[in-house]
Design a protein around this ligand. Structure first.
Ligand code: TPP
Length: 345
């Protein structure tokens, strides 16, 4: 099975085979179940800070991460739980971080929008809209300077596209032929502002043309398309072929952040319409139609993941708070809580 998976992974840029599709399915279901669990935890008052869920967008992170190695870097957004999980963050470290526990990805100090784990290439989710683009370009510049075949990825929403960072990043990446993939998750709204009301050019991909940046547009709810185009872009970047912009058209099924309204700026009919092309539902249907897996087998995977996610949640809730004596760790470089510079000792 491992050999088959490796062979499939070597065919970067092609349609995913059965093993890869099932792996994507597992990733997507894990993200969805973690988000559903976090929604309940938010409602129970267990989460400190904001909680922007990735429900409806799971195919993007799953498809993009499929061809990434641990030493490739990703820079996520405020809606970054899916980015982190798809890159390999264990659910327990996600939950513990949002519950402010020491076992969280960032020691319980950062919360949802500061999930870091450099060992697996997770260079942070971010509360600021836009900088992922420049950080990823900067990382890619490093890779280029040292002659590495590593690749970096920036996730960002349509809300970042009128930000200067987007235009600077596109320009710099093409001029220097950087090994970076810009993944725009165009879910049509930035908080409650429709993309269509803030630009006269509604295609994000077309904006790349101004910089001669190679680009592709995919149905972001179809993991096969995301996998194929992201795989193609990543393989090209790794081989020295430079950057790509991937516009993934998708939809956020829940409110901008938990506790906010779902409608008012969009209709209930629109939300329900998009739910019929839910990425997990679509993949499930194609897996059974193409006889890759029987419905019962997929139900078994769902149940297994459900159990694992609930166990991770219990472990996170049972874990300890950060030690108050470490409050200044990572705050003042090299200084302990008494203000002493450890580097001098
Ligand atoms: C530089 C900056 N400006 C404004 C905000 C406030 N803000 C937080 S989320 C958000 C909308 C982001 O929309 P988009 O980038 O499309 O991502 P989505 O929430 O749709 O995933 C805004 C404006 C911010 N965090 N950073």
């Amino acid at each position: 099975m491992k050999a088959q998976l490796a062979a499939e992974q070597n065919r970067a840029g092609e349609t995913p085979g059965p093993e890869s599709l099932l792996r994507c399915y597992r990733t997507m279901v894990t993200i969805r179940k973690c988000e559903e669990r976090l929604v309940r935890s938010f409602q129970a008052g267990l989460i400190y800070g904001g909680c922007h869920t990735y429900v409806g967008q799971e195919a993007i992170a799953a498809g993009v991460s499929a061809d990434l190695r641990d030493d490739d870097l990703i820079f996520g957004t405020h809606r970054g739980h899916g980015h982190a999980l798809a890159k390999g963050l264990p659910p327990v470290e996600l939950f513990a971080e949002l519950y402010g526990r020491a076992g969280g990805a960032s020691g319980g100090r950062g919360g949802s929008m500061h999930l870091f784990k450099p060992e697996i290439g997770l260079m942070g989710t971010s509360g600021i809209v836009g900088p992922s683009i420049l950080l990823a370009a900067g990382a890619a510049y490093t890779f280029k300077l040292v002659g590495s075949d590593r690749v970096s990825v920036a996730y960002f929403g349509d809300g970042a596209v009128n930000n200067g960072a987007f235009h600077e990043g596109c320009n710099m990446a093409t001029v220097w032929e950087l090994p970076v993939l810009f993944v725009c998750e165009n879910n049509l709204y930035a908080t409650e502002v429709p993309f269509a009301t803030v630009t006269n050019e509604r295609s994000v991909a077309k904006k790349a043309d101004a910089y001669a940046l190679p680009r592709a547009v995919v149905d972001g709810n179809d993991v096969r398309e995301v996998y194929r185009e992201a795989g193609r872009a990543i393989a090209r970047a790794r081989a020295g072929g430079g950057p790509t912009l991937l516009e993934c058209r998708t939809y956020r099924q829940r409110s901008h952040a938990e506790g906010m309204r779902e409608t008012g700026y969009r209709t209930r009919e629109e939300i329900e319409g998009w739910k019929t092309s839910d990425p997990i539902l679509a993949l499930r249907t194609s897996l059974t139609d193409d006889r890759v897996a029987a419905a019962g087998e997929l139900d078994g995977i769902d149940a297994e993941i459900d159990e694992a996610v609930e166990a991770a949640n219990r472990a996170a809730l049972a874990s300890g708070d950060p030690d108050p004596r470490t409050v200044l760790d990572h705050v003042l470089g090299g200084h302990d809580r008494d203000g002493h510079n450890r580097d001098e000792e």
